[in-house]
Write a protein that binds this ligand. Structure first.
Ligand SMILES: C[S@@+](CC[C@H](N)C(=O)[O-])C[C@H]1O[C@@H](n2cnc3c(N)ncnc32)[C@H](O)[C@@H]1O
Length: 286
């Protein structure tokens, strides 16, 4: 079969994050919050700096920027309209409505040149089929001397996760076919390649960013217990579950089987040490 085009890949990624959006604040945000806040700390925005949360998901980085730079100084964008809706709701609930959130592709930003002093992109760059195009867009919209930071995860394969993946495949064999589809395989290659800090640092330099440096951080993601862990992983797999056409009873049975299986792990197995890397660069002064 032909290699998926960048547009096909983006449509697939958009569907994936649209499907995951309704569960993101409950199941994913608790684990993405620490890296988001750390990224913003590392970017050191000053009050009044214009800041962009690129590939914002539900806007965790936008919230951290707002606390430092001022709510009316922050913009956010994402390719998934469902994530954008979730970000708008979360920001509204936190009294941060002035943050302007738009559906936008990182490879074709609609912001004018020289718009931002700071840009933060949390675990997004490894999703872009043409990351160099996105990085050039980032450079274009940064002011001279402005800084950008990207986070990428370090390896993650704790025993509970490995067992979850194995058991899910046993319970829903259709997911195996989805996982082997050309578009999913192509996404896996992009994600693995551009999620590597050294590759990303090279691309940042190629896009004309300077003073590129890597900061690495560790934190413990506490998934608490088997039901919490299973719900988090299932919410992230929502697109595949929909594609496998499970009805409510099947879903409940799959969840119960997974909770029973992972319930055999001790409490300590659900506290997962994670590493993430922050790649910081800046647009050179003119
Ligand atoms: C792992 S999530 C991270 C969300 C958020 N940055 C955080 O740290 O919580 C990756 C996000 O990248 C977005 N994304 C993927 N490709 C994109 C693109 N080409 N342009 C803009 N956003 C994109 C997805 O829709 C998703 O919301």
């Amino acid at each position: 079969m032909a290699r998926p085009t960048p547009s096909e890949l983006k449509a697939w990624i958009r569907d994936d994050y649209d499907a995951a959006a309704s569960g993101w604040e409950t199941h994913m945000a608790p684990y993405f919050r620490v890296p988001a806040e750390r990224l913003v700390d590392d970017l050191e925005p000053a009050r009044g700096d214009r800041c962009l949360d690129l590939a914002c998901g539900t806007g965790l980085i936008a919230r951290a920027f707002a606390a430092r730079a001022g709510t009316d100084r922050v913009a956010a964008c994402d390719i998934s309209s469902e994530q954008v809706d979730a970000a708008r709701s979360a920001l509204r609930a936190g009294g941060l409505d002035p943050v302007d959130v738009q559906v936008m592709d990182a490879e074709r930003l609609r912001y004018p040149d020289l718009r931002f002093e700071r840009i933060g992109c949390g675990f997004g760059v490894n999703h872009f089929p043409r990351p160099l195009t996105a990085l050039r867009e980032v450079r274009r919209v940064l002011v001279p001397g402005g800084r950008v930071g990207f986070t990428v995860w370090g390896p993650f394969s704790p025993a509970v996760r490995v067992r979850f993946d194995e058991r899910l495949l046993e319970l829903i064999p259709a997911i195996g076919a989805i996982a082997g589809s050309p578009v999913e395989m192509a996404f896996g290659r992009i994600s693995e390649r551009y999620g590597r800090p050294a590759t990303l640092a090279g691309l940042m330099r190629q896009a004309g960013l300077v003073d590129v440096r890597q900061l690495s951080h560790r934190f413990a993601a506490d998934y608490v217990d088997a039901p919490t862990f299973v719900d988090a992983m299932l919410s992230r797999a929502e697109r595949d579950l929909r594609a496998a056409r499970l009805d409510a009873a099947d879903r409940a049975a799959v969840r119960a089987a997974l909770v029973t299986e992972l319930g055999a792990f001790p409490r300590s197995a659900f506290v997962v040490e994670r590493t993430f890397h922050v790649l910081i660069g800046r647009r050179p002064p003119d």
